[in-house]
Design a protein around this ligand. Structure first.
Ligand code: SF4
Length: 342
């Protein structure tokens, strides 16, 4: 038995595959591939059942011995400070069978923004600034997925770049609709909010069981433009406001704001929560770990205490706490007002 006295598990190691931008096959997007060896690649999908292969089996073995695998350090750290980890949110229902239910794709690095925490592998704007290359890194070829059994697929998530600007986005949606049953699938994707709603896009997506659009928003107004330069906040705000209106005709659509908490927005979290409350949107966040110089862990302990105090002593603190309680995310409120350390 490992350092924990009881068995652990994460169902994502039995049922999920994330195809990363460098073509690795991982159990989730929080998994850190630099901490592990012998990770399968997309080429292995044609050779056999990757979820039953050595790598995923070893991860399950490690959990059942009571330890987190090395690649799962983020979940381990979040749980240690009382923040609900992805494992706790998505991986707790123990399933008997090993079968693919969740699939996540990188659709390409085409992007119209140059976020300060991003880089050339995920943003073509960064790529052209750093190397001068205007070539787009496309997502994996659909040929590589031909052997996958998609009959149990329940969830499909697409990541970019700016997902809605990459041509693979449309190709993958058409492909999934032709080989699986969209009415059984929850579709989700992240977008930077720079692409407005359109009838064609809504018609393409509306057959899925549900469609969750995560707007990656790291601040409002000048904070947004500092962290995610490239598109004005006013334009993004207008797009979000227009997108959310479609729910009355298409209740299968859901919208969420997702923030990467970092040094440059930790003192402005109140303005993001205000925006979510105004737009009646749910909010989720991850705490940035890399690049380290942008992490809140680079702030002094006095600054961290001040950031917590700003929310705790805020004139709207009761409203904010009520917002988190209503959305069953009290762990996030407690993290922001009491902890701030991973
Ligand atoms: S424990 Fe966390 S990082 Fe590891 S596979 Fe599960 S969700 Fe991913």
């Amino acid at each position: 038995m490992g350092k924990n006295s009881k068995k652990l598990h994460c169902n994502l190691t039995k049922s999920a595959m994330v195809i990363s931008h460098d073509h690795l096959v991982l159990p989730c997007c929080r998994f850190n591939p630099t901490k592990e060896n012998n990770i399968p690649t997309i080429l292995d999908l044609k050779k056999g059942d990757v979820l039953n292969g050595a790598f995923f089996s070893d991860l399950r073995e490690k959990f059942s011995s009571g330890d987190f695998p090395d690649g799962c350090l983020t979940c381990e750290k979040e749980e240690a400070v009382g923040l609900k980890s992805m494992r706790q949110r998505r991986g707790m229902v123990e399933k008997e069978n090993v079968q693919l239910e969740d699939l996540e794709f990188f659709v390409g690095n085409r992007c119209n923004m140059k976020c300060i925490m991003c880089g050339p592998e995920l943003s073509s704007l960064w790529q052209s600034e750093i190397s001068g290359s205007t070539e787009i890194t496309e997502g994996s070829s659909l040929e590589d997925f031909k052997e996958l059994d998609l009959s149990y697929l329940k969830s499909l998530r697409l990541l970019g770049g700016e997902t809605l600007l990459n041509k693979s986005f449309i190709e993958i949606i058409h492909w999934i609709k032709s080989v699986a049953t969209p009415g059984n699938i929850e579709l989700s994707f992240a977008t930077n909010g720079s692409v407005g709603k359109s009838t064609n896009l809504i018609n393409l997506l509306k057959d899925f069981n549900s469609i969750c659009i995560d707007f990656s928003i790291d601040g409002v107004e000048n904070v947004a433009e500092k962290i995610r330069p490239g598109i004005s906040w006013k334009f993004i705000e207008k797009n979000i406001q227009e997108w959310v209106t479609i729910v009355k005709d298409f209740p299968q659509f859901e919208f969420n704001i997702h923030t990467t908490i970092q040094k440059d927005n930790i003192f402005h979290v109140d303005t993001i929560i205000d925006f979510c409350i105004q737009q009646n949107l749910s909010w989720s966040f991850t705490v940035l770990e890399y690049p380290k110089e942008l992490s809140i862990q680079r702030l002094s302990s006095d600054d961290l205490i001040n950031a917590q105090g700003k929310l705790k002593e805020h004139p709207k603190t009761d409203i904010y706490e009520g917002y988190f309680v209503k959305r069953k995310k009290l762990d996030q409120w407690q993290f922001l007002t009491k902890n701030l350390t991973l």
